[in-house]
Design a protein around this ligand. Structure first.
Ligand code: DC
Length: 648
């Protein structure tokens, strides 16, 4: 499975221009398609969900032109779709499935509407019931109440009153309201049950009004689409930034210091999710807002837990669940039953993944309660994302507490394809000094002293390969048995503390330094599966305030974003001499020529292997210690580190 390892974060600030709102983009596309006249859509979200909608509209005969600067020009059909048959596949885009199903049901054609497997588990029965009430001919091709659907031509009897349930998804009401103007007759839609996610209906009504259809509403109970309604292009439409996407950055500012500003939504927004800022303010965050921007800062004394009814911000509320990891006390999010029928069962998914981080989580049919822990765990298996963009984005916040592996990170493409790249532009990771070099170059001594001087953590990555070799030997596994050695590496039961190293509870600090284990380490280190198994384990050493890591591939593979990279070496003769003197000092008998021979062989193996070979990278400083004392070498590394720009 693909994964992304996020470095642990120390702070967040800056400005992010948000991608366009998914909810607005897909509604604008559909209404532009149905309208009379051409619509120039600006700032449209470019993502999987809008791609799906655009492709479907093209398939239905709507003219769509992609122009410079991301402008999309939609040539409205002025009524109904010209193409009368088709299999329309809409991926996992809930907004597209619900709104297009309603429009197609009134379009007088013969269509099939389907999606990915998860889409076929997301309910649509309430919408279909509403459509059948006005004469639409919609058939379930799989399970009753769920896509895929077949839609056949039918005589529509709009007018009068149509009922639709509003307590499972507000998208049913949205779909019906947006389609009804295709009939031209006055129709009243009555909502049965308590309407959830009301702000999304406000978005629907605002966009319909923009396209010339003024729906009147009586509270949240009934809505009247007037007679003679028809969509007319307003010419140019600017899509607001996505308020749900804003939530991740606002939370980052609230956790990581800030100020972090999002541009594209603000006081004037039609999206209900801007009220996420209020929830964050309740947690103590300092929020400022302009017409088209919102800014968040961390409060003095930290965030506090809250107890909140989140029915009005169902999507953004997910962000509160991971923000809760950084609050004092528990946070309870209530009235979120709709989470269970989204891209995944979001209550179950959030609970499971939050628990992996060590948080205490209670969940119920329509609530989740998160009690934070002082120190987050770093699950080696990673955070699973369930093909749900919001799960992936929410959990990125946890990087404030620990290095974090996010599985299947590309699922963010549904609404925010470059989310992780943007995240990197407004956050500072825990700094790393990476020191690579050949065996016995003295890098271990230098690295440990640099770490001690700075008060940072220290990773002797070679020790992990040595431990793997030792553990394999003890388990009777040959060093060239790649899968078996990798399995041992993945499960190494090791505790580092100061100079002591415990393997399965036994002190092995000395045992792994033997010449035999040096040779074994070099052999197991050449196995790609072993390197893979040790990758995240090494990254977990990156903890505040900083890490000094030594090895062969610290700067190239394990910490490619390290702010300081050093290639520390010395001639092979000098290294052999140093190793010889070390052994003699320990009272171990030694002669120089086999040491020299062995070092040459290990150099050769380490630098010619196919994965992560030892080499000086272009961005690493060369430090040849042949003629340097340890004190000089340490001073040089510290000098480079002081000058290193803080990486953004
Ligand atoms: O640095 P050392 O001598 O303790 O390393 C032991 C072996 O492990 C060495 O032969 C190279 C290998 N190694 C590696 O391949 N990658 C690292 N990051 C560290 C060590």
């Amino acid at each position: 499975m693909e994964f992304l390892d996020l470095p642990p974060l120390v702070s967040a600030c800056g400005t992010v221009r948000l991608p366009g709102s998914k909810s607005i983009s897909n509604r604008v596309l559909l209404l532009s398609a149905l309208a009379e006249g051409e619509t120039e859509v600006r700032d449209l979200l470019a993502s999987d969900d809008t791609h799906v909608m655009l492709e479907a509209l093209k398939q239905l005969g709507v003219g769509i032109r992609h122009e410079a600067d991301g402008v999309v020009r939609v040539l409205g059909v002025g009524g109904t779709f010209p193409v009368k048959t088709g299999d329309i596949c809409l991926g996992n885009a809930g907004t597209a499935v619900r709104s297009l199903t309603a429009a197609l049901a009134l379009a007088g054609g013969h269509y099939k509407v389907s999606g990915v497997a998860r889409m076929h588990e997301r309910p649509i029965g309430d919408l279909v019931n509403g459509l059948r009430e006005i004469g639409a001919d919609v058939i379930y091709l799989g399970n009753a109440g769920f896509p895929p659907l077949e839609i056949r031509p039918a005589s529509i009897r709009a007018g009068g009153v149509v009922q639709v349930r509003g307590d499972v998804s507000s998208q049913f009401l949205t779909g019906l309201l947006m389609a009804l103007p295709m009939t031209g007759v006055e129709t009243t839609v009555e909502v049965v049950g308590e309407l959830i996610s009301k702000p999304y209906i406000e978005i629907t009504l605002a966009i319909m009004a923009r396209f010339g259809v003024a729906v009147t509403r009586n509270g949240w109970q009934s809505f009247v689409v007037p007679a003679g309604s028809r969509y007319v292009s307003p010419g140019v439409v600017y899509v607001e930034g996505d308020a749900s996407s804003a939530s991740y950055f606002l939370a980052l500012g609230a956790i990581g210091g800030g100020p972090l500003r999002v541009e594209g939504v603000g006081r004037g927004s039609i999206q209900g999710d801007v009220r996420f800022a209020e929830a964050l303010a309740q947690m103590g965050a300092v929020i400022e807002m302009g017409d088209n921007w919102i800014e968040a800062k961390a409060p003095q004394g930290g965030l506090k837990g809250i107890d909140l009814d989140c029915n009005h911000i169902p999507d953004a509320a997910m962000t509160l669940a991971t923000t809760a990891l950084f609050a004092n006390g528990p946070t309870t999010l209530r009235n979120i039953a709709s989470w269970r029928v989204k891209e995944t069962d979001r209550i179950a998914a959030m609970a499971r993944e939050l628990r992996k981080l060590g948080a205490l989580v209670e969940e119920g049919a329509d609530f989740i309660r998160v009690t934070p822990v002082a120190k987050l765990a770093s699950p080696a298996e990673g955070i699973d994302t369930y093909d749900d963009h919001r799960v992936a984005m929410c959990f990125s916040l946890a990087a404030f507490g620990t290095p974090l592996r996010i599985n299947d990170p590309k699922c963010v493409g549904k609404t925010f394809p470059d989310y992780f790249e943007r995240l990197a532009t407004v956050t500072l990771p825990v700094p790393v000094i990476a020191i690579d070099g050949p065996s016995a170059s003295g890098k271990g001594t230098v690295a440990a002293r640099v770490a001690e001087t700075l008060g940072w953590h220290y990773l002797d990555s070679g020790a992990l390969y040595r431990l793997t070799a030792l553990a394999a030997r003890r388990a009777g596994v040959a060093w060239d048995n790649e899968p078996a050695v990798a399995a041992i590496a993945a499960k190494l039961d090791v505790v580092f503390s100061g100079s002591s190293i415990l393997l399965a509870g036994e002190e092995v600090g000395e045992a792994i330094r033997s010449e035999e284990m040096s040779s074994g380490a070099s052999k197991v280190a050449a196995l790609p599966a072993v390197r893979e198994a040790l990758l995240f384990r090494q990254r977990v050493f990156r903890q505040a305030p900083g890490l000094v890591a030594d090895g062969r591939d610290m700067g190239s593979v394990v910490f490619p974003d390290a702010g300081t990279k050093v290639f520390l070496t010395a001639s092979v003769e000098i290294r052999a001499d140093r190793r010889y003197k070390q052994l003699i000092a320990k009272g171990i008998e030694a002669t120089i020529s086999p040491i020299l021979q062995d070092l040459r062989e290990r150099d050769e193996r380490d630098s010619t292997r196919s994965v992560a070979p030892l080499q000086q990278n272009a961005d690493a400083e060369l430090l040849d210690t042949s003629a340097l004392t340890i004190v000089d070498a340490v001073a040089q590394v510290l000098g480079w580190a002081r000058k290193a720009p803080q990486k953004r």
